[in-house]
Design a protein around this ligand. Structure first.
Ligand code: CTP
Length: 216
């Protein structure tokens, strides 16, 4: 199978030295690409800025902004079997990017922001590849994950609790629950991100097999 995996944060520039971003380390997405390769699949990793070394044999496309990620996802999914959207895409960007470093402002001031495009929601509804979304949640995990599954038209969504500091974002470990379109759900208990990724790859492979059997 051909996997496209997005990983890491995006950075939305304010001026030449400042940006809006988030705490994503990219570890989960890199682990998914590695586990896919290990299982004999092909993997294209679309990565935001991270400190990680890409797995050997992964095709890597580096992006910085949500707009660049949007373009890269649409380009790479033209020929893939699965998109795993693990990147922590910034939900907003400055309306204006200053060409020169903004001088220090005194006291309270505001920065005009606008929303970025939702990449998952922009994908075609009729498509030949599976789409696995991620849901980073600090509360009401199930309700929010189910809402994202529906609204972003994913085949499954992997929910992770990012409220704790020792698991999930930045950590080497993760614990997730996967919600499927048919109402099923599966838990992967807390483990190293590579182990969680290996389980996830097996589950995605089974989803693909089921879909192919249904079609024939
Ligand atoms: N996502 C996306 N495009 C965006 C924002 C998010 O495709 N502009 C994807 C993420 O890669 C992830 C899923 O949507 O697979 C859910 O991301 P998350 O940050 O949990 O949710 P948001 O849609 O950003 O909503 P909120 O911040 O309100 O939780």
């Amino acid at each position: 199978m051909k996997f496209v995996v997005t990983a890491g944060p995006t950075r939305e520039p304010i001026d030449p030295v400042r940006f809006i971003s988030n705490r994503s380390s990219g570890k989960m997405g890199y682990a998914i690409a590695e586990a896919a390769l290990e299982a004999g699949h092909e993997a294209t990793l679309i990565s935001g800025p991270t400190a990680l070394a890409a797995p050997t044999n992964a095709r890597v496309t580096k992006i910085t902004t949500a707009d660049e990620l949007f373009e890269a996802v649409h380009r790479e999914t033209a020929n893939c079997d699965v998109l795993v959207m693990c990147a922590a895409v910034s939900d907003c960007k400055p309306v204006e990017v200053f060409a020169q470093k903004m001088p220090k402002q005194r006291g309270e001031f505001s920065l005009r922001l606008t929303s970025t495009r939702d990449i998952l929601a922009s994908l075609p509804h009729e498509r030949s590849y599976l789409v696995i979304g991620f849901a980073a949640e600090t509360h009401d995990i199930e309700t929010s994950a189910q809402k994202k599954l529906r609204e972003k038209n994913c085949d499954a969504i992997v929910a992770n609790d990012v409220s704790a500091s020792d698991v999930g974002m930045e950590s080497d470990e993760n614990a997730v629950e996967i919600f499927f379109q048919n109402g099923e759900r599966k838990k992967i208990s807390r483990a190293k991100k590579l182990s969680v990724a290996r389980e996830l790859i097996k589950i995605i492979f089974e989803m693909r097999e089921k879909r192919l059997t249904k079609k024939t």
